[in-house]
Design a binder for this molecule. Structure first.
Ligand code: ATP
Length: 906
């Protein structure tokens, strides 16, 4: 009996071993199997459903699913299904995660004693295919398209592929995977060996043929498909006319065809399909060898390895005449020859012509016709010369990303997850609602019953609806009292627009969530973002990821008291651009007077940094150098405008699109324009040292550089009117305020209170298009930046930073007047600055212009008159401010661009 049991256990293999050490009855066993069958089918449903519903469930999964709530997810296996799918597909094996339920299914059938399959073999095969498949997809596609929130191969597959790539290189890993796939194919089906052998022998044969028949390649080392195609065509042509062909005879053969057409009539040359070519001059002709038997049909051209009187084997018909590569070695045409290509002249002299370059292009030859000459000066006319380098250059010109074709955007796996997964409890919310209601009642403010709470990463928004007749200002006045009652540092009371008629009370959460850069970069929203310069700012208090387009902003001021998250914010912005752009599309100018914050990016000099010609370091730390670089950028701006005008385009995007469509030519001075993002941290230091010398180029760039793709990000920890002058503010409409100490500081940055009520550590307000959005800034730490810059800098890059033209400010004193204050009236684009100010503030008042720009009455009046003529403001109506006709910044840019600089000089 015992023996019988033993035999049985052995025969059922792995499944039986699962129950080793225990005797179980058949029924019990069947039940276990059946339960496992249920689990496997559930997993199958979860995984398959996740393939289709993952994007709908992403947000819910990221925020954590609440088991108690009755909210629905899209996965057909419910919340558990969404979590299972996310773990198996998203976190582990990607598409191939289906292997897990398949393995469970096989095991369950086995336990139930259903024996449809070879158990061990199918389980092993499924697992290997799953791992190999996940690795291969991770290798091939990485995080591209962000499918499953991670990538096709799943997070583990991608991470493993990235690691292996770093160990054995991209090509090495490709090879390894190919070998593994072949092995597994052989493991699954032995007859694969035959297929592999067959493929192998034909590849070997092809290689031998090629090696044998191409003794020396005139364009050795260049894998030029066009040239190969040309050679292929020629091979066919020559064979059609019974010419011997080897690639190194191409130029000579083509020359010879002409002689052949003279010697044997044009017919066979025409039959050969060769274009008209000739050896220039009568003295320098090529030796041709008419075949005895094929005299009327064709000629043979020496590859220089023969003496001129040597005869070719009769009936030899070149590559397709039955040579299989072995007898190729016997042919005089295919012997190895160390010279690339030899032309033999009439006297039998051998001339090396390995580097044929075009010397002139006589108009009579038409398109593609050039005279090429070898290093001895021998000239050969070619009617179809293709300068491969020039062609390649033309492609690079149209698509500059081809200049670094293997560049890989950073993978998000190098970022860390800082989230602590803390969730605010329902009790806390209920308690806060009660306190708010009671406090308002204490002050006689009636609200409707319902208070809606929206939990954000840093604060929770309690939305209340005041009863009829209650003034919002009364509620606002209670800010401090409510904060005190809630025992929090500060709250912010805001009116919620969009016809809601409600008031929002933002209360800091007892525990706050860190918004990891990782969570944003991984998100479908970021992966799919098509903005030209997408910058991640963080998550709003409604828990939505906020991504801005810097090209629309179009410049950004970042201010806040020290230690409140400004540098982290700048890093998040820079990192998001690094994640999305190719080095050919974007360059940074980094100005860092503090000499610490931006130094981590120095490594990117060969990829993403720009520097002024003659400067040593790409990161500018010295104020006078910063002044020169800013002026150099003004020069770039003007140059770009000239090119735009010449191309008849209005902005960089349209201009680059024309380049990419091949409609603008390099010879006309055009070239692809990368975006240039100028980051200044810390601006206060600069303006305090260099005053107007800094302010003037900054305002010029801020006023006009947007259309040519130059964007400024100016950061300061001193939100002071001496630093953030009216002129700068009016030209930098998008502003971010981190926590500041006073209401005055808040007004300096965002023209209203609010930043003083923030709670620090990345809590911030974005002021854009007159609207204020509170959010928690995305966070990444120094090691993550280090990883990011290393990931990029380890890849092939350019020879050095992108060069900006040289500029030196004459008589630079290095000390300014501390604020760009006393006289700005001679600034040459005053009209542009005033126009921006007016359109932005919708305020056509001459006295406001005088005050903000410190202009005399007459000049301000002249500017207003000119703006009226340009259709930007309306007519003077007594002492009332003028009507502002243009309300859209884009429309304003268009109007300003239609005028010359002189016309705008008022
Ligand atoms: N978005 C954020 N999420 C979480 N913590 C943050 C965030 N931003 C900043 N912090 C915390 O605040 C600290 C200070 O931030 P940061 O260095 O960015 O301040 P800063 O405003 O640049 O200061 P300074 O002006 O002195 O350079 C960080 O080290 C970090 O601990």
């Amino acid at each position: 009996m015992a023996k019988q049991e033993k035999t049985k256990a052995k025969s059922t293999g792995t499944a039986a071993r699962l129950f080793a050490g225990r005797k179980i009855g058949e029924t019990e066993r069947w039940i276990y199997g059946f339960l496992l069958l249920f689990v496997s089918l559930f997993f199958l449903l979860a995984v398959v459903s996740y393939y289709f519903t993952w994007s709908e469930d992403q947000a819910a999964l990221r925020e954590g699913l609440s088991w108690s709530a009755v909210d629905n997810v899209a996965n057909h296996a419910g919340k558990l299904g969404a979590i299972t799918g996310s773990a198996l597909v998203g976190k582990w094996f990607g598409v191939f995660a289906i292997g897990i339920p398949v393995v469970l299914l096989i095991l369950s059938l086995r336990i139930m004693r259903v024996r449809p399959l070879f158990l061990n073999r199918s389980v092993r095969t499924t697992l290997i295919v799953m791992i190999l498949g996940s690795l291969s997809l991770g290798y091939l596609f990485g995080t591209r398209w962000g499918i499953f929130g991670t990538g096709l191969g799943g997070q583990a597959g991608i991470a493993a592929a990235d690691w292996l790539r770093s160990v054995i290189g991209t090509a090495g890993l490709g090879l390894l995977l190919a070998v593994c796939w072949i092995l597994i194919a052989v493991y699954i089906n032995r007859s694969t060996i035959k297929v592999v052998n067959r493929v192998g022998s034909s590849v070997a044969k092809g290689a031998t043929d090629l090696m044998g028949k191409i003794p020396v390649h005139p364009f050795k080392g260049k894998e030029d498909t066009q040239r190969q195609a040309e050679e292929e065509r020629l091979r066919e042509d020559m064979e059609a006319a019974n010419y011997y062909y080897t690639p190194d005879t191409v130029p000579a053969a083509k020359a010879a065809s002409d002689i052949a057409s003279e010697a044997i009539g044009t017919e066979s040359a025409e039959r050969a399909g060769t274009e008209r070519t000739a050896v220039s001059g009568t003295e320098e002709t090529l030796t041709v060898y008419p075949s005895d038997e094929q005299e009327a049909e064709g000629i043979f051209v020496s590859n220089g390895d023969r003496t001129d009187n040597e005869e070719l084997p009769a009936g030899h018909t070149g590559a397709t005449a039955g040579n299989d590569g072995n007898d190729a070695a016997e042919s005089p045409f295919i012997e190895e020859e160390e010279d690339d290509f030899i032309v033999v002249d009439e006297q039998g002299e051998r001339i090396k012509a390995s580097t044929l370059r075009p010397t002139r292009t006589p108009a009579t030859l038409g398109a593609g016709g050039v005279v090429v000459s070898d290093e001895e000066g021998i000239e050969i006319v070619k009617t179809d010369y293709k300068d491969t380098e020039a062609e390649e250059e033309a492609d690079d010109f149209r698509d500059p990303t081809r200049t670094l074709p293997r560049y890989q955007r950073p993978s998000w796996v190098i970022l860390k997850d800082h989230s602590v997964g803390i969730r605010i409890s329902e009790d806390e919310i209920r308690e806060n609602k009660n306190i708010i209601r009671e406090k308002l009642e204490d002050f006689g403010i009636r609200i409707t019953d319902k208070i809606k709470a929206t939990i954000g990463p840093t604060v929770t928004l309690y939305e209340i609806e005041p009863a009829q007749g209650v003034k919002v200002s009364r509620i606002r006045n209670l800010e401090e009292d409510i904060a005190l009652a809630l025992k929090v540092q500060s709250i912010r009371i805001v009116t919620l627009g969009q016809g809601r008629g409600t008031v929002g009370i933002e209360v800091p959460n007892s525990t706050r969530e860190i918004v990891s850069m990782l969570s944003v970069v991984k998100s479908v929203k970021f992966q799919d973002c098509q903005y030209r310069l997408p910058i991640v700012l963080g998550k709003t208090i409604y828990n939505e990821i906020y991504i801005g387009d810097l090209t629309k902003m179009p410049h950004l001021l970042v201010a806040g008291a020290t230690g409140q998250g400004k540098s982290v914010g700048l890093n998040a912005i820079i990192a998001s651009l690094l994640y999305k752009k190719h080095p050919a599309e974007l360059k940074f100018v980094l100005i860092d007077p503090k000499q610490v914050e931006l130094s981590a990016y120095a490594k990117l000099d060969r990829h993403f940094l720009a520097k002024m010609e003659g400067e040593e370091s790409a990161i500018i730390t010295d104020t006078s150098k910063a002044v020169n670089t800013l002026n150099s950028l003004v020069m770039v701006m003007e140059e770009r405008y000239t090119l735009l005008n010449r191309a008849g385009e209005r902005n960089i995007a349209d201009y680059n699109a024309r380049i990419q469509a091949g409609k603008l030519k390099k010879r006309d001075g055009h070239s692809f324009m990368p975006y240039i993002v100028v980051v200044i941290d810390e601006f206060a230091d600069m303006i305090m040292t260099a005053g107007r010398e800094v302010e003037i180029p900054i305002t010029r760039l801020a006023a006009k550089a947007r259309a040519v793709g130059i964007h400024l990000i100016v950061a300061t920890q001193r939100p002071d009117v001496k630093v953030i002058t009216g002129l700068i503010k009016s030209n930098i409409p998008a502003r971010i305020a981190f926590k500041v100490v006073s209401m005055v500081d808040s007004r300096t940055i965002i023209d209203q209170p609010g930043a003083n009520n923030l709670i620090g550590m990345g809590d911030m307000l974005l002021y854009l298009n007159g609207e204020l959005t509170r959010m928690q800034c995305a966070f990444l730490d120094t090691p993550e930046i280090e990883n990011l810059t290393s990931f990029i800098s380890q890849q092939e890059g350019y020879d050095g930073p992108f060069e900006l033209p040289f500029f030196e400010l004459k008589g630079t004193t290095g000390s300014g007047n501390g604020g760009g204050g006393e006289e700005t009236a001679d600034s040459d684009n005053m009209l542009i600055q005033v126009a921006h100010f007016i359109v932005q503030n919708r305020q056509g008042s001459t006295s406001a212009i005088q005050r903000n720009f410190r202009l005399g009455y007459n000049r301000a009046g002249r500017i207003m008159d000119k703006l009226e003529k340009m259709g930007i403001v309306g007519r003077q109506d007594g002492s009332k401010p003028r009507e502002v006709i243009v309300t859209d910044m884009r429309q304003l840019e268009d109007i300003l661009l239609s005028y010359d600089d002189e016309e705008l000089d008022v």
